[in-house]
Design a protein around this ligand. Structure first.
Ligand SMILES: O=C(O)[C@H](CCc1ccccc1)CC1(C(=O)N[C@@H](Cc2c[nH]c3ccccc23)C(=O)O)CCCC1
Ligand SMILES: [Ca+2]
Ligand SMILES: [Ca+2]
Ligand SMILES: [Zn+2]
Length: 312
């Protein structure tokens, strides 16, 4: 057929190739998926300008090898991978739970060292080649799409403690999607330096973040430290999943699978727009009680994890 969903491939920014859903029409191939819940999951290029969503990324065959397509290949791979994570792990059909279409745009601005969800779509910069290369690392994509999930559910206000919790939810889900480590953005961050990352949930101070409530930032920068104080709930989530003794408190590991279920249920059933870090403790405890009871190892681990970071 001249118009059909296809399975294609493409070269990744980070080396190697990705298998990606594509669409062909009249011999032109698009980074466009019609095979999942949404009518489309599509990845566009901003052509290094500021207009959104920009234009389609195309190829004359089903193998997207152009250098200019690499960021798009990764953003598209990430979008469908994160879609599948929410559908398969949490039974959620897209960020709104009702199959909302997903649009991503790469090559936003020139040498742009950031990425964001703008309320309607994901947007990615190429980085300046030193601080970042294209910010299309799978965990960054998961971080951004989780902002959309949070916006469609708890709606955590993006400032002060509710904003830090908003940030932490995005980081926590991101490391559950990119499941092989506790670091965020390691593929995109400082391409000239190996072993570092933008943030590290196992050790937030590595990313200049606090790992306990007493060390929280109380200034006005960064919307009241949303990317700073997220280190505190991030550390708590890490302790729940991996266990450990921290600041004199021993937490028994409950594993990633139970931890992601607890945080998803807390986000969608208990957190509201104004939930602060004390409320995050309460919400995750309520979610744990719902899922695993209030007298078991899971409940104790969640309690201890929050106590270890100085909350409750
Ligand atoms: O989604 C978010 O929380 C961040 C959104 C940043 C943004 C907000 C509003 C308009 C434009 C951009 C983007 C990411 C972030 O954490 N940005 C941080 C760290 C950062 C990235 N690039 C930077 C350049 C300069 C300073 C800080 C940064 C920030 O913007 O603070 C998330 C994962 C990777 C990038
Ligand atoms: Ca990672
Ligand atoms: Ca690096
Ligand atoms: Zn964020």
């Amino acid at each position: 057929a001249s118009v059909a969903p296809e399975v294609g491939s493409g070269t990744s920014t980070f080396g190697g190739s990705r298998t990606i859903p594509t669409y062909s029409s009249g011999g032109t191939y698009y980074l466009y998926d019609t095979t999942r819940g949404p009518s489309y999951i599509r990845t566009m290029t901003g052509n290094n300008g500021t207009s959104l969503p920009g234009s389609y990324i195309t190829d004359t065959d089903n193998n997207f090898t152009d250098t200019a397509a690499r960021a798009g290949v990764d953003a598209h791979y990430g979008a469908v991978t994160v879609y599948d994570y929410y559908q398969n792990t949490h039974g959620r059909n897209s960020y709104n739970g009702a199959g909302a279409n997903i649009t991503s745009t790469v090559h936003h601005r020139v040498n742009y060292n950031n990425a964001f969800w703008n309320g309607q779509q994901m947007v990615y910069g190429d980085g300046d080649g030193s601080q970042f290369q294209a910010l299309v690392d799978l965990d960054i994509v998961a971080h951004e799409l989780t902002h959309a999930v949070t916006g469609a559910t708890a709606g955590l206000i993006y400032q002060n403690e509710s904003g830090a919790l908003n940030e932490a939810v995005s980081d926590i889900m991101a490391v559950m999607v990119d499941r092989d480590d506790w670091r965020l953005g390691e593929l995109s961050y400082t391409p000239g330096v190996s072993g570092d990352a933008l943030r590290n949930l196992a050790n937030p101070p590595e990313g200049n973040q606090p790992d306990n409530y007493a060390d929280r930032y109380t200034g006005s920068q960064d919307n009241g430290g949303v990317h700073i104080n997220s280190g505190i709930p991030n550390k708590a989530a890490y302790l729940m999943a991996a266990g450990g003794t921290f600041r004199g408190v021993t937490v028994a590991s409950i594993g990633r699978a139970k931890t992601e279920k607890i945080w998803y249920r807390a986000l969608t059933q208990y957190f509201t727009s104004s939930t602060n870090l004390a409320g995050a403790r309460q919400g995750t405890l309520s979610a744990t009680a719902d899922l695993y009871g209030s007298g078991g190892a899971e409940y104790a681990a969640v309690q201890n994890a929050w106590a270890a970071v100085g909350i409750g």
